[in-house]
Design a protein around this ligand. Structure first.
Ligand code: ACM
Length: 271
């Protein structure tokens, strides 16, 4: 069986709070593209800069029983794609910055952003779900969300669990992530698809947030296969060979995982 598949992303500029409009607009941006896996940005349906916990609560949804997860499942059924997308999750009184993975067969699972960024801490709790690799049938898919990139343990944990691809919904404001993800892929021999957004939000006076775009797909050699613009909405697709991520050998003598020196990786104790 061929190990070649197509992965894609949508890079969008959502209108804050316009959940239904943003869902439909994202689908329009994707248009007639075809892929096995589609990755959408972090908080793709709401926008990013909440003004208050009440606003975040109003715009968040239960997962999997909320309307945005249902919308994504319908889209997945109608298109045959597996979809990973970021949205605000409400569980009882607690809010998380989450992502879902859905397939034509229905809901597969969710991940809650582990490392929440800056003022997100005013609205969201840090994720409490372990980093998990989801079996989509055609590939093993790990999820991390935006600022999780800054902690190399995230990609490492997913890769050690057997992820072929890291799906990475993002709303990037710092400039470093597109380059850093090259290293994450190289040091773990995995693919990564970062789906970012563009545009500026200034819902709080004096606190403008400019999102950097540059959504991308990177291969296990650290090659950037595709990178989007810094300022335009767009959709891109690229073909990848999963075998490349499953082979951790880097030459005749070195295997990236077998050569790990866990006996030396101590963070406490002497001698
Ligand atoms: C971020 O984690 N959305 C910067």
């Amino acid at each position: 069986m061929s190990s070649n598949i197509k992965v894609g992303f949508v890079q969008s500029n959502p209108e804050f709070g316009a959940v239904k409009t943003n869902r439909i607009h994202t689908q329009k941006l994707w248009g007639e593209h075809k892929a096995d896996l589609l990755v959408l940005p972090e908080l793709f349906n709401t926008g990013y800069q909440f003004k208050s916990p009440e606003e975040a609560r109003k715009l968040s949804e239960p997962i999997p029983d909320g309307p945005t997860t249902r919308f994504l499942i319908d889209w997945s059924r109608n298109s045959g794609m597996t979809i990973v997308a970021g949205l605000a999750e409400r569980e009882g009184e607690i809010l998380y910055n989450s992502a879902v993975i859905v397939s034509p067969k229905g809901y597969i699972g969710k991940f809650r952003k582990a490392h929440i960024f800056d003022t997100e801490t005013d609205f969201f709790q840090p994720g409490d779900l372990p980093f998990t690799v989801f079996d989509a049938g055609f590939a093993k898919i790990g999820i991390m969300i935006c600022f999780d990139w800054r902690f190399p343990e995230t990609a490492r944990t997913l890769a050690l669990q057997g992820a072929d691809i890291i799906a990475h919904p993002a709303n990037l404001v710092l400039p470093h992530c597109p380059q850093a993800m090259i290293t994450r892929c190289l040091e773990n021999r995995v693919y990564a698809v970062t789906a970012d957004r563009v545009g500026t939000e200034q819902r709080i006076p004096g606190e403008a947030l400019k999102f950097i775009g540059q959504s991308q797909g990177v291969d296990p050699d650290g090659t950037v296969l595709v990178r989007a613009s810094e300022d335009r909405e767009e959709a891109q697709v690229v073909e990848i060979d999963l075998e490349k991520a499953r082979n951790k050998r880097i030459n005749g003598h070195n295997d990236l995982f077998a050569d790990r020196r866990e006996d030396l990786y101590r963070t406490s104790g002497k001698g």
